[in-house]
Design a protein around this ligand. Structure first.
Ligand code: FES
Length: 69
């Protein structure tokens, strides 16, 4: 299912980001370019849905998600 129609971001894309340790709202916005000028902002208003999906995938051994971007 698409979470962002403008950028074509799917649930699976967000889960994959979580597996890479990217799970905070700011990390996810940066990773998927949701603060770009061409974004409508609709999905950024629901960034908590991205966070919920990604957070469920973060490996327990991940302590430094710096590389997720
Ligand atoms: S729906 Fe995500 S930027 Fe428009």
């Amino acid at each position: 299912m698409y979470l962002c129609l403008c950028k074509g971001i799917t649930e699976s894309d967000v889960r994959e980001a979580g597996r890479a340790g990217c799970a905070t709202a700011s990390q996810l916005k940066a990773k998927f370019g949701l603060t770009d000028k061409d974004c409508c902002g609709r999905c950024a208003k629901h960034i908590h849905e991205f966070v919920e999906l990604a957070a469920g995938e973060v490996p327990a051994t991940c302590h430094s998600p710096v590389d997720c971007l």
